[in-house]
Structure formats: structure tokens, C-alpha cells
Design a protein around this ligand. Structure first.
Ligand code: F0G
Length: 346
């Protein structure tokens, strides 16, 4: 199954696909017991073709580019968007330009953008700086821009909501997900709203957005009940969401308000702990940004009723950023290839 199952809800004709969507939803039996909850699920977007939810946006966004006759596409990215755009551009025989913050992109994502054949341009600056260049370049150089300010991206990503309802058969009380440039939270909400307006569902979930503490301009403004202010120097090990000026912030803010949700932040330590828990207790390896949804749930646990159903969205595969695991781990000395030597280390 791909997300094109929902093509009547998608305002673009399918022109390029790598069989994206149809990702698994898992009941977290071990973690739900540990956290004293009745119904805890994860929708694992790492199972998409290039390992992140971005593929949902790109199948639709690049299809739109092809419809418009564009032969060059561009994005700024913390990594996943660039990997995804590069793959869909390759499949479409068009050229992709990706601008990434120099030195701050996870190894696997960089390798993906390179091998899919994109022109990879490192920028001296962060994601926000790179996005400014891309916005200018796209209008001046006639290159089609595929960051999440492009509405067709969100039309693909909204299918996460459709699948959650399809797979569970009901609407969860709460959906928790990481927030970076703040596109996905708005996209998923749009999906639920469309189901609601079409009469398929009669309730809506509360949307809970989680930012990394060092890159949490939205969560800070929310918690301090003040106006949004961009953050000059965002910093977090969750490089995917290392963003100080989320382009879609007004939309995301409205979504959280309208749904009755919250915006929260979690520390890098909490993120790494959640990443390990998800892998070692449930067999699901996600990248740090994705683990912020579980970290956020643990932080907000007291605000969630025991019988509420919660879906965590994990947005990207753990293998994209192997360094984060290996940096804090030392392999033991090798043993001689004998049963005796093996018994000794047991
Ligand atoms: N999780 C992962 C793994 C991401 O790569 C991103 C965004 C997000 C969450 C946040 O989603 O921006 O819609 O709020 N990554 C972008 C990129 C910025 O360039 O790959 P958002």
C-alpha cells in the first residue's frame, strides 16, 4: 500500500513514486506497561523509501514540479529533506540542488544526497540561513522550491493522519511529534480535519509538538505565554530539528491552539534516553529528532490520563545517524576465535 491510496484527497496527479507511505504502526506493549498507560502506539515513518516522512511530501511535491514542467528543484535541509528530494529528482531525471548547514548534517543523510546524485552545497551557517538563500534562489533562478513552505509537500504529509485512522480504526486522543520547521504538525492536522469534514471521523486528536531545548523558540514562547521570537543560534544533537526560525510557525501555533494541545521541549539527554528505550525495549531504532516524541511523552506523562490513547510519530530512521550511538560506546577488545575465549567474556 502507498499513500496514493488516498489520491482523491491529493490535489496533484501521481507522476513520480517510490512507494512511499503505508508505514507500520506498532503497539508499544513494553513501554506502555512501564509508563502505566493503556494504549500507546508509534507510527514509524523511518520505514519510508529514503527513511523519513519527507518522502510523503516529495512524491507529491516533485509530481507537481513535473506537472509544471520544471527540470530543477531545490531545498534547504537539515538532512532528511535533501535525501528525499535527491531520490525523487533522480527517479524523475531532473536536477536537485540541496543546501545544508556545513558540518551539522548526519552522516547517513549526507551519503544519501550524494549517492542519489544531487548537487550538495554546504552553507556556512545553520538551516535558517540556508533556507533564506533557497527562497531567494528559487525566485531568481527559476528553480522549484521544495521546502515545507511549499503547500504541496503538506498535501502528501497529511496522509499520515489518514493512515493512523485506517490502521487503528479510531482517532487517538493525542498525537505527539517532533517540531522543526513546523510543517509536519500542520500537515497531520490538515489530514485529520479533512477526515472530519468529510464525515469519516467525529473527533479530532490533540496535537502535541516537541522541540529540542536548544532549538525551541516555539515551545519557549508557548510556555512563557509570550510572542514568538526566533532563536539566533539553535543547538542540539538532534540535528534534524536544529532550527531557530521555523518557517511554518504561525500555522503550527494555530494547530496546537485549535486542537487543545501543547508545545513542549526536551533536553538532549532526555532525547538520547528515549532513543535507547525505544530501541532496547521495542526494537525500533529511530534518529534522535524522532525520539523527542517519546521524550516529550515521558515529560508530559502526568498530563495524560491512564486510559487515553496516544500515537507517537517517529519521523526518521536511526541508521541515518549512527555516530550518535557509536560516539558514546566502546567495543571490548577482540577475543581469540575459540569457545574458551568466548566463555571467558560471558
Ligand atoms: N523529524 C525529522 C527526522 C526531520 O528530519 C524533521 C525535519 C522533523 C522531524 C521536523 O519536521 O520541519 O515539519 O517540523 N527536517 C527538515 C529537513 C527540516 O531538512 O530534513 P518539521
Amino acid at each position: 500500500m502507498t499513500l496514493w491510496k488516498y489520491e482523491s484527497f491529493i490535489p496533484v496527479e501521481k507522476r513520480v513514486s517510490l512507494n512511499e507511505g503505508g508505514t507500520p504502526i506498532y503497539r508499544l506493549e513494553n513501554l506502555q506497561t512501564e509508563l502505566g498507560m493503556k494504549e500507546l502506539y508509534v507510527k514509524n515513518e523511518g520505514a519510508n523509501p529514503t527513511g523519513s516522512f519527507k518522502d510523503r511530501g516529495m512524491t507529491v511535491g516533485v509530481s507537481k514540479a513535473l506537472e509544471l514542467g520544471m527540470d530543477k528543484v531545490i531545498c534547504a535541509s537539515t538532512g532528511n529533506t535533501s535525501a528525499s528530494l535527491a531520490a525523487y529528482a533522480a527517479k524523475s531525471n531532473i536536477k536537485a540542488y540541496v543546501l545544508v548547514p556545513s558540518g551539522k548534517i548526519a552522516l547517513g543523510k549526507l551519503a544519501q544526497a550524494i549517492v542519489y546524485g544531487a548537487k550538495v552545497v554546504p552553507v556556512r551557517g545553520n538551516f535558517d540561513d540556508a533556507l533564506n538563500v533557497v527562497v531567494e534562489a528559487s525566485s531568481e533562478l527559476g528553480v522549484y522550491m521544495l521546502n515545507s513552505i511549499n503547500p504541496f509537500r503538506l498535501e502528501g504529509q497529511k496522509t499520515i493522519a489518514f493512515e493512523i485512522f485506517d490502521q487503528l480504526g479510531f482517532v487517538p486522543d493525542k498525537v505527539i511529534l517532533p517540531v522543526g520547521n513546523a510543517g509536519n504538525i500542520s500537515a497531520i492536522w490538515k489530514g485529520f480535519r479533512e477526515l472530519y469534514e468529510a464525515g469519516f471521523i467525529d473527533k479530532l486528536p490533540k496535537m502535541i509538538g516537541i522541540q529540542a531545548e536548544g532549538a525551541s523558540p516555539l515551545a519557549r514562547a508557548w510556555k512563557e505565554r509570550r510572542d514568538f521570537k526566533p532563536l539566533e543560534k539553535p543547538e542540539t544533537i538532534a540535528t534534524a530539528i536544529r532550527i531557530g526560525n521555523p518557517a511554518n510557525w504561525p500555522k503550527a501555533w494555530r494547530v496546537v491552539e485549535e486542537s487543545g494541545g501543547v508545545l513542549e521541549s526536551v533536553t538532549d539527554e532526555e532525547i538520547l534516553k528515549a532513543q535507547k528505550m525505544l530501541a532496547s525495549k521495542e526494537g525500533i531504532f529511530v534518529e534522535p529528532a524522532s525520539a523527542s516524541s517519546l521524550a516529550g511523552l515521558m515529560k508530559l506523562r502526568n498530563e495524560i490520563e491512564e486510559d487515553e490513547s496516544v500515537v507517537l510519530i517517529t519521523t526518521g530512521h536511526g541508521l541515518k545517524d549512527p555516530n550518535i550511538i557509536l560516539e558514546g560506546f566502546e567495543l571490548p577488545e577482540p577475543i581469540e576465535p575459540s569457545l574458551e575465549a568466548f566463555k571467558e567474556v560471558l
